[in-house]
Design a protein around this ligand. Structure first.
Ligand SMILES: [Zn+2]
Length: 88
């Protein structure tokens, strides 16, 4: 990027598409854009890779541990609060 003080709109090339949104990349700056309906989050390539790794890890845990999918009462740690009970 030639000028970091000025916003330059990225050129978006479609990488993937699904019912929940789409992923594009910009060949000029290398960012990856995750577009989910009205929400767009832009990642540097390595941060996007880390996000995908984390989501994959979370999905493996959810698939492997039925207790994590239990829709009954769960205890969740919340910053500044010892615990909170969340009911779904
Ligand atoms: Zn760009």
């Amino acid at each position: 990027m030639a000028n970091n003080n000025r916003y330059v709109e990225c050129r978006q090339v479609l990488v993937a598409n699904s019912d929940i949104g789409h992923v594009t990349t910009c060949p000029e700056c290398g960012h990856v854009h995750v577009n989910l309906r009205s929400l767009t989050v832009r990642f540097e390539m390595e941060a996007f890779r880390e996000l995908v790794d984390m989501l994959g890890f979370a999905q493996k845990r959810l698939d492997a541990d039925p207790a994590l999918r239990d829709a009954e009462t769960k205890t969740v740690s919340v910053s500044g609060i010892d615990s909170a009970v969340v009911r779904h």
